[in-house]
Each structure stands twice: as C-alpha cells, then as structure tokens.
Design a protein around this ligand. Structure first.
Ligand code: DUC
Ligand code: ZN
Ligand code: ZN
Length: 471
C-alpha cells in the first residue's frame, strides 16, 4: 500500500495542538510523529505533502445533510454526487444523511431507495440516519433491526410538519422506548407543528404571505416548548440519548442546558445559518428574495441574543456539534414554488461546503478555540454517532485529513467558491479567513490546490451503537 507523509504542519485535535508529521499507510493513519522522527526512522514515503505553516486537522464530519430529499413537491437540488463533491471542497470527509420513511411505507424499502441513490456516487464516506415519519408496530420493529444489522443507530422524529412527517407524543414515546432498549439515539426536530400550522393559516388569511412570515409563524417559544417536551419524554423513556437538531434559539438552548445540569442524556447541534444569518438581514429582504433563507427551524431576529447565546453554548458544550442541515433548493422553479405563499417555499439552506470555513471564523473572532472548532465539527459528531474510525488523527483511524491554511482567505459566492448544485449562495459575499488546501479521504487525495482529484470512492459506513452515556 502506498505510504503518504504529511510533513511540517501543526496537528490540531479536540484536546490540543502540536508540531507533528502524520504517516499514512493505504487508507489508515499509522503514526503521528515528532518532527524529524520520520527521517530518523528511515521512513520512505511514496508521497510527501508539505504542510509547513498549515493546520492538519481531522476531515470534517457533517452529521446532518439532505441530498436528494423530497420536500414540498420538489427535491433537494444536490444529488449524492454533487453534494459530496461540494462537501469535499469544504474539507468534509464524512456525511450522515437521512433516509426517509413516511406513514404507510416500509422502513426497509425506503432505506433501500436511499442506498440506491448514494451507492457508487459519493466522493466521501457516508452513513444514514433513518427518519421515522410513521411510528407503528412495523416501523418500531424495523428500528431494532436497523440498529442490530444495518449500522443505522440514530432515528429522527418530527414534532413539526403535521400530516407529513409529524409524530404525536405517544408515537414519540414509543419510538424513544424502542431506541432506549436497542442502544440508539433519537434525533428530534423540536418545533410545535400543530401550533405553527394555526399561525401559518392565520397569517395567510391576513395576506401576510412574504418569506419573512415563515419565521414569524414559527416563534422561538414553539421551539423551546417542543424541546422541553422532547426532553421530558426522553426522560420517561429511560433517559434515551436525545439529540436536538438545528437549534436556533436561546430558549431552546436553556432547556437543553437545564436538562444537562439535571444529568439527562440530552445533546444538541446548531448550524452556521443560525450563527451568522438573521430574520432582518436575510429572510426579510424585499420582494421574494428572502425565500433563499427559508429553513426550519427558522432564522431568528437579530434584536434578541440568539446568536450570542449559541456561540456561548458552543463554548460551554451545551451545544456539542455544528452540522449544516444542508438542504439546497434553487431559487428558480424551486423556492419560487412559494411565490405568494411562504408556506409553499421548500424549506432548506445549502451549506455543506462552508461549515468548516464558517465555524473557523468563530476561532478568528475569538468565540471558540481552535480545538473546539475541531471538536464540534469533526471529533464529537464522529464519536456521538458511532463513526469509530473518523474525527481524529490517531494511529488506526481512517486517513481522513484536511490541510488547512490559516493564512489563506476564502470568498464565498456563486462566482467565487461555490460547488453546490444551487443557483445562489446563502452566504453570498462572505469573505473569510482560512482556506481548504488539501483533503484526503481514507488516504486518497480528493482535493488538492484548487483541483478536485476524485470521482466517487466514498463508502457507506455502518455506524456503531451509540451506547447509553455520551458525555
Ligand atoms: N428543515 C429544513 O430546513 N429542511 C429540511 C427538513 C427540515 O427539518
Ligand atoms: Zn428538521
Ligand atoms: Zn434536516
């Protein structure tokens, strides 16, 4: 197997940083060596990557993406092929996407469909969570089977989207009890969808149809209420690991922090859109432009302190992970489905390509440490979701590595850095510090000096059971 040596860089982990060289044999890391040690040992690498002045970090792990997701009469515009290429450009080497089951459909058949979409098409490794949109005896049985046999150890439920993906409290409790028994994780879309649907109907009757009303009809209270309810149900269900997805609001974060203080097995993620974008600056733009930023949970007002609280939550480990909820739709023909009725705008923002660079700005701005950047974007998501060989630079781990230039700059925008299959960028005009220089996926160089060097090559990863205590 060819040997690769990444030489001269600073290796950053979740717990520290040091000057070190990384030796790769085939697909795996075999040693992290002190400077000069490789030469002293007579290592004769087939390929040497010069990382002088660069950070050498684990490849990014994005545990929340939606490639080809059917939503609102259309489909997310990134395929597994285009979306994983964009991810690679962004220093991401593993995604965990969501297979979807709806009421009346077989979990096994739907999962098989998702395998078919992804197999052979991904540039980087991938796993699946399973969305259970119809909790019943059959889907509960399938959940256990997936944990035991298919390497799918986390299940997403929805407290929003009545009639589409919604589960009532009894269904949620049953699914949680099942996950508690099988050692799986419950991921929760925590918004009170029944109340939201009332507010949406009232808004439309009043003629309040612009994109901004998407956020105004999904108030932060309905995120914190659902978060609270999910936490109590998880406690009743034997303290099942509960992971609240795409957290956007201070009140919901307070619920999670209180649960953690009480010793409950509760975790949460946020996404770059909630740290950088707002109701006023993006969603409420004149005309229909705000549709680009319609996603759920929604962007929040800048006149409250949601963003500052989310950054604090990341520092305090109340928020354990940053993912993207990557769910791109083109403005033309897709977002436009909601012209004149915000409730028909497909929900989602594309961002899989930009998470590493946007969260690195948190380091530049002094919000989080370099180590915390690696921990929230690489190490914790891998550990929490049973990706045992990912998220660390250690002997035995997969050689998934990002060589990051802290002195480089990245301009995000449709005519700048933009590889996602969408006709606009949620982060148009952002210019950020740092640059994704080289990316390796299981030892293969897949991005190098602004060149893409791969076609396919990503593999499905069976994930381990998450166990009981994750803290
Ligand atoms: N939220 C989104 O914005 N898109 C897809 C599904 C979801 O929950
Ligand atoms: Zn969701
Ligand atoms: Zn999502």
């Amino acid at each position: 197997m060819p040997m690769t040596l990444i030489q001269g860089g600073t290796v950053i982990s979740a717990v520290g940083r040091r000057e070190a060289d990384v030796l790769i044999d085939g697909e795996s890391i075999v040693a992290v060596l002190a400077p000069g040690q490789a030469a002293a040992m007579g290592v004769n690498a087939d390929r040497t990557i010069d990382a002088t002045g660069k950070y050498v970090v684990p490849g990014g792990v994005d545990v929340h993406t939606h490639m080809e997701l059917p939503f609102g009469g259309t489909e997310a515009s990134d395929t597994f092929e285009t979306g994983t290429i964009a991810a690679a450009w962004g220093g991401v080497t593993t995604i965990v996407d969501f297979a979807v089951q709806n009421t009346g459909f077989s979990v096994h058949e739907r999962l098989a469909e998702w395998h078919e979409k992804a197999a052979g098409n991904c540039a980087i490794d991938y796993g699946f969570h399973q969305i259970i949109g119809g909790v019943d005896d059959e889907s509960l049985k399938a959940m256990t089977y997936l944990v035991d046999n298919e390497g799918i150890t986390s299940f997403k439920l929805f407290m929003a989207y009545p009639g589409v993906l919604y589960s009532d409290d009894g269904q949620i409790l049953r699914a949680m009890q099942n996950a508690s028994e099988s050692g799986a994780m419950i991921m929760m879309h925590a918004e009170n969808g029944i109340a939201i649907d009332v507010l949406v109907a009232q808004s439309l009757v009043k003629g309040d149809t612009d994109p901004k009303f998407h956020s105004l009809t999904r108030p932060a209270e309905l995120e914190s209420e659902a978060t609270h309810r999910a936490i109590q149900l998880a406690k009743v269900a034997g303290n099942v690991p509960l992971y609240i997805v795409h957290m956007s609001a201070s009140g919901a974060l307070e619920e999670v922090a209180a649960a953690q203080h009480a010793g409950l097995n509760v975790f949460a993620e946020t996404c770059p859109q909630y740290l950088y974008l707002t109701l006023e600056d993006q969603l409420a733009r004149p005309g229909f432009e705000g549709a680009k930023w319609v996603c759920s949970t929604p962007l929040r007002t800048k006149h409250e302190h949601h963003q500052a609280d989310l950054w604090k939550g990341l520092r305090m480990n109340e928020l354990a992970v940053v993912s993207t909820d990557h769910c791109p739709f083109c403005f033309k023909d897709q977002k436009e489905l909601g012209l004149g009725d915000f409730s028909k705008i497909p929900n989602g923002i594309g961002g899989v390509e930009h998470r590493m660079e946007l969260i690195y700005q948190g380091v530049v701005l002094g919000e989080i440490s370099l180590e915390r950047w690696v921990e929230t974007c690489c190490t914790t998501p891998a550990r929490m979701f049973g990706l045992d060989n990912k998220g660390v630079i250690e002997p035995g781990a997969d050689a998934d590595i990002l060589v990051w230039d802290p002195n480089g700059r990245t301009k995000i925008g449709i005519n700048d850095k933009h590889h996602m299959n969408m006709d606009h960028s949620a982060y148009e005009g952002f210019e950020v510090q740092g640059f994704t220089e080289t990316v390796l996926s299981r030892g293969r160089v897949i991005v190098e000096d602004t060149k893409l060097a791969t076609q396919g090559g990503g593999q499905f990863i069976k994930r381990a059971r998450v166990g009981e205590l994750l803290r």
